[in-house]
Design a binder for this molecule. Sequence first.
Ligand SMILES: Nc1nc2c(ncn2[C@@H]2O[C@H](COP(=O)(O)OP(=O)(O)OP(=O)(O)O)[C@@H](O)[C@H]2O)c(=O)[nH]1
Ligand SMILES: [Mg+2]
Length: 291
Amino acid sequence: MRYAVLVCGPAGAGKSTFSTSMLTHLAASKRTAHLVNLDPAASPESFEYSPVIDIRDLISLEDVMEELGYGPNGGLVYCFEYLLENMDWLEEELGGFEDDYLIIDCPGQIELYTHHTFLPTLVRNLSRLGMRVCATYLLESQFMEDKYKFFSGVLSAMSAMVNLEVPWINIMSKMDLVTSSADDPAGGRNGVRGRRNIARYLDPDPLLLVNPYGHESGLATKTNPKFHSLNQAIVQLIEDHPLVSFLPLDLTNPDSIETVVSHIDYTMQYGEDEEPKEPHDLDEGDFADME
Ligand SMILES: Nc1nc2c(ncn2[C@@H]2O[C@H](COP(=O)(O)OP(=O)(O)OP(=O)(O)O)[C@@H](O)[C@H]2O)c(=O)[nH]1
Ligand SMILES: [Mg+2]
C-alpha cells in the first residue's frame, strides 16, 4: 500500500519545516518516507532532504517568469496548470515507489486551497493510482493572537476541506511561539492567553466572536454595525458545522510530533495488516508550562 500525506496551508505556515521534521521523525522510528516537492518557487537549497519527486524538474517558476513574462503569482498558477496537463509525468515519477510513504510539501498559495482545481485533481489522480491520501492543513499559532484573523483562518481551513474531500487534519503549527501568562491584564481579550483560552482556539469557540467581554471589546463594537448580521451568520455556520479543530504542533517537543504523526497514521489506517492504532492524546501536562 502506498500512502501520501499532503502538507497544505497558507504561506509561511511552516509546511516545509513540518515536512522535514516529519521525515526526521519517521526515520528515527525506522520508517521510510520520501519528500515530494510541489512548490515550483522553492529555492534549491531549502531542503534538508532532497525531494524524490520535484515539480521543478518539470517546470520552474523562474523559467516561467523569465520566458513567458509572468509575474510571480500568475507564474505559479501557470505552473500548476502545466502540471495538471502533464499528470503522466507525475504518474511516471510515482511509478518507482511501491509500499511507500510520501510527504507532499505543497505551495502556500491560498488560491490553491479555496477554489483552484489543482489539488482536487491531484488527489483524484493519487487515489486512482491506489494511494491512500490524507491532507494536513497548517495554520500558524500567530493566528490565535487576533480573533478576526483566526476566524478567517478557520474559514479558509473549512473551505479547503470542503474543496478537497479527503481525510483531513488541521494543525496549529509553531506552538513554541505561544507565550501565555495567567495574569494577562487583557484577560485573553486580544487573543490567546492561558491554557483555557488555547483550548477555545484549538476547538474553535464561535462565542469568541460575539462580544464575550462586555461592551468594550468583541467583534460587535469593533466592526461596522452593517456587518453584525454577517458576523452572526458566520458564528452560526461554525456552530452548525463544527468541522474544524486543530491539533497543536510544537516542533521543539518530540511527543507533540509523535501525536500528530499518530493521528495521520490513524486517519490513513497506516499498515493495513496491523490493528488500527488509536491516536495518542497529548498529555495535559504538555502545555502546563505555558501558564
Ligand atoms: N518558531 C517556529 N518557527 C517555525 C516553525 N515552523 C516554521 N517556522 C519558521 O517559519 C518560517 C516559514 O517556514 P516554512 O516551513 O518555510 O513555511 P512554509 O509553509 O513552507 O512556507 P511557504 O512554502 O513559503 O508557504 C521559517 O522562517 C521557519 O523557520 C515552528 O514550529 N516554530
Ligand atoms: Mg514551503
